[in-house]
Write a protein that binds this ligand. Sequence first.
Ligand code: ADP
Length: 193
Amino acid sequence: MFNLILFGPPGSGKGTQSEKLIAKYGLNHLSTGDLLRSEIAAKTPLGLEAKNIMDKGQLVPDEVVIGMISSALDANPTAKGFLFDGFPRTGAQAQALDNLLELKEASINVMLALDVSEKELVKRLLKRGETSGRSDDTNEHVIRARITEYHNKTAIVAEYYRQFNKVVLIKGEGSVDDIFAALSKEIDERNKE
Ligand code: ADP
């Protein structure tokens, strides 16, 4: 299995690049944001609880997202590998992910971390809000809250993987194709069967 974490703040391009990477490498895309939005669309109790938190730009509880990831891993026993997008977002989530993968005799091969300035993030998210239908993208106050959550709770996840030498920083500004090429190069160097 080849397991990759695509990391970076909200608006850094994880979703865009994930679509291209799963197509190229045949990985299974696990986006906790997408999974949560499906729960909201289906009006499940979990979705209703998550919506209030997401609309404030805060993180939903660890046990909720860890449970979703655990189910998704179990539901795909023959996957070639997973691309984790928007997860893990806290130290506890990172620990839990390592434990879940270990049960499957697997691990994270690499974390590719997209680096984008805060000014550019806000600009991109407001632009996305014009068409995405995502209420958390239309309000600059909520966007800033998400970026603050990222700095306070999520940035340390990179430290967790850095201790195992698994983090590669990728410039996340420039053309989509150039960023995709830079990500692909790092994967190709590590994904030699
Ligand atoms: P973005 O990274 O652009 O903010 P996401 O779709 O990844 O978009 O996440 C949207 C929201 O979903 C987050 O602001 C948060 O409330 C919630 N969320 C997504 N993934 C997680 C996670 N791993 N842990 C906690 N909350 C999450």
